[in-house]
Design a protein around this ligand. Structure first.
Ligand code: SF4
Ligand code: SF4
Length: 124
């Protein structure tokens, strides 16, 4: 369940507000994300994946309140850890070679390129 938005890291991009399928976040008066409907969280981790500055922490405990605080999360390098473990890498289009969706995209591109080369040959 979503536990924390680190207001020191949050840049108010609203990405979490947009991607959350359960409408858990609001954009606060200061523009930063706030957890408005915590009990609606379905622990899907999408907000963590899409946050560009690793300002969110989703606890793997879906049903329990996990009493974590920012100091503890920072000390254990847990902010953004789900994203890193999934192989997503900031600043690289399509993630890394550990990201299976990247492999699919590369494969699709090769197939598309091969098809266009073949159709070019057919016309000759
Ligand atoms: S874990 Fe999923 S449901 Fe929970 S706040 Fe994040 S995006 Fe929303
Ligand atoms: S995605 Fe991250 S930086 Fe953007 S509003 Fe949400 S918590 Fe803040």
């Amino acid at each position: 369940m979503i536990e924390i938005v680190d207001s020191d890291r949050c840049i108010g991009c609203d990405m979490c507000v947009k991607v959350c399928p359960r409408d858990v976040f609001d954009s606060g008066a200061d523009g930063l994300a706030v957890i408005a409907r915590k009990s609606d969280c379905q622990t899907c981790f999408l907000c963590e994946l899409y946050c560009p500055v690793d300002a969110l922490y989703v606890s793997p405990y879906a049903e329990l309140d996990d009493a974590v605080d920012i100091e503890q999360l920072n000390a254990q390098n847990l902010l953004g850890s789900y994203t890193r473990n999934m192989g997503w890498d900031r600043g690289k289009m399509g993630g890394t070679d550990k990201d299976p969706t990247q492999k699919l995209r590369v494969l699709n591109r090769s197939v598309t390129n091969a098809n266009s080369e073949n159709s070019g040959r057919d016309r000759r």
